[in-house]
Each structure stands twice: as structure tokens, then as C-alpha cells.
Design a protein around this ligand. Structure first.
Ligand SMILES: [Zn+2]
Length: 293
């Protein structure tokens, strides 16, 4: 499943294609994605210009000249592909030759620039929805989300306050989208390892009793921001080279320090420990019991 860095990489790839371009034609081959596309979906896009392409958590948000916002989510297996005169560039997972995957091209945007953007999703857990920009704050899919982990609002004071008194594990707290938006299993494991904090530690232990941040909260926020920034940088570089063909993670998967590395040596310099796997809330956690305390 694409996580935040992959979605941000897709946003950066689509931005130059969509921004400033008009939807000349929109084809919907299958409207039954995670939920059915609205009956007026095509009508609300047709002839409108994309004025900006942003992101909130794992949603891409295309602002339109009409005052609407097109919300797009990749789900489990969604990807966008851009076709231009000089060939195709793949943005996301599951790249194949166009002829092979065309049956899963559910939505096709023909842009005024001549570019064609297809949304391909074999499992159809992805989604698209058009809402008015004015009502975006009240949108149920976005309401209640915590701050963006790469934004200024996400800092040690904020995270400590959110974890104050929490008797859940630190890992569960970081996966809670109300605490911080868009973090998933992979990057939570990686961030906890970089911060040298055990995923089993109680969330409340990164705050003082009054909710102020301690040194652990500072380390954790720093680690979260660094691991996401590094992954986006790697995704971006594979996108530029048109090498993002075998998965949305780009090259960053080769830099995982603990994720999917059970039984292998810890990558913390001088640690000498071995990566272990445990199951928390039904999901695999990878960590090093030697250096993550
Ligand atoms: Zn270690």
C-alpha cells in the first residue's frame, strides 16, 4: 500500500502535467471504485482548469477553476500513468506496458496540453470524489486528521501533548491518524528505529506529566521528518530518471533499516543487534531490541 512519501512522489510527478491544464475530456470506464463516482463527476471536471495540486495525508487534492476540489486516493494498488507524445512515464506502482493494463484504466483524463493521465487500479480500493473547496474542512474523509508530519505544526510539543497519558504503545499512537496524518506501518517502524525508541514503549513516556515534550519526543519528531524527507528524495530521484517501474517506493526500500529485515543485523552503527519481528495490533513491527529502548 502506498504510504505518504509515495503519494507525495506521485503528486510531484503529476503537478507539472495537471497544473494550468484544462480537462478537455474525461472518460470513466469503471465508476465503481472504493465507492461509486458521483453521477456529476465528469460534468464537474469537464472544461475546468487545475489551479493547483496539493496533498493532505494520503489524498491528492486538485483545486479546480470552478472552486471545486478533486480528491484522489490511491488505495491499495492505484497508480497514475502519464502519456505524452514522447511516450509514457509511470507514477506509482505496477507499471506495465499500456496494452497490458488498459483494462484496469478506470478513469482517463485528456488534458488540454495533449497529455493523457490514466488512473489504473486492479483492486479498486482507490477513490475519487469532488467536493467544494468551501466545504473541505467539513469533509468526513479529512475531518479529524492530525497535522501533516512534514508541516511546521507537527513538532515535539504537539506530539507529546497528543501522547500525554496514553496507555497504548508508542507504535499504535503514531499509527493513529488523529495524532499525526498519513504515517503507515513502514515509516513508523523506520522512524522508531532512527529515534532508538522501542515500539512497545508506552506512548505517554515521551511526555512529562504535564504534557511537555521530553528528549524522546524531540528525537522522535526529528526521526519522522528525516525518514519521510529521505524517502521522498529517493522517490523523486527515481521519478526523474523514469525508473519508478517496480514499485512506488523507488530506491528507498533498499535503505530500510529494520522494515522487512527480520533476523538481519541492525544498521545502527556499533549496535551489533539483530532485527526482530513482533505483531502489534495485528500488524508486523520490525525493531532492534538491542538499541531501541
Ligand atoms: Zn540496534
Amino acid at each position: 500500500m502506498p504510504e505518504l512519501p509515495e503519494v507525495e512522489t506521485v503528486r510531484r510527478g503529476l503537478q507539472p502535467v495537471l497544473e494550468g491544464a484544462r480537462f478537455a475530456k474525461v472518460d470513466v470506464h469503471r465508476g465503481d471504485l472504493r465507492w461509486p463516482l458521483a453521477k456529476d463527476f465528469v460534468k464537474r471536471l469537464h472544461g475546468k482548469t487545475v489551479t493547483g495540486l496539493g496533498r493532505r495525508a494520503k489524498y491528492l487534492l486538485a483545486d479546480l477553476s470552478s472552486g471545486d476540489v478533486l480528491m484522489m486516493h490511491l488505495g491499495m494498488s492505484g497508480s497514475f500513468h502519464v502519456f505524452e507524445n514522447h511516450g509514457a512515464a509511470s507514477l506509482g506502482r505496477y507499471y506495465h506496458e499500456r496494452a497490458q493494463h488498459v483494462t484496469h484504466d478506470h478513469v482517463v483524463f485528456h488534458m488540454s496540453s495533449g497529455a493523457i493521465v490514466t488512473f489504473n487500479d486492479p483492486r479498486r480500493f482507490g477513490s475519487m470524489k469532488i467536493v467544494s473547496r468551501q466545504n473541505l474542512d467539513a469533509e468526513p474523509l479529512l475531518r479529524g486528521l492530525g497535522p501533516e508530519p512534514l508541516g511546521n505544526a507537527f513538532d515535539a510539543a504537539m506530539l507529546a501533548n497528543a501522547c500525554r497519558g496514553k496507555k497504548t504503545s508508542l507504535k499504535a499512537a503514531l499509527l493513529d491518524q488523529r495524532v499525526v496524518a498519513g504515517l503507515g506501518n513502514i515509516y513508523v517502524c523506520e522512524a522508531l528505529h532512527r529515534a532508538l525508541l522501542s515500539p512497545k514503549r508506552l506512548a505517554s513516556t515521551i511526555a512529562t506529566r504535564s504534557g511537555a515534550p521530553n528528549d524522546r519526543a524531540e528525537r522522535l519528531v526529528d526521526a519522522i521528518k528525516r525518514v519521510l524527507a529521505d524517502a521522498i528524495k529517493d522517490g523523486g530521484s527515481s521519478l526523474r530518471d523514469h525508473k519508478l517501474t517496480d514499485g512506488g517506493l523507488g530506491m528507498f526500500q533498499h535503505h530500510f533499516r529494520v522494515y522487512d529485515r527480520e533476523g538481519q543485523p541492525c544498521r545502527t552503527p556499533g549496535c551489533g543487534g539483530t532485527v526482530k519481528r513482533l505483531v502489534q495490533n495485528g500488524r508486523s513491527t520490525f525493531y532492534c531490541p538491542t538499541c531501541q529502548k
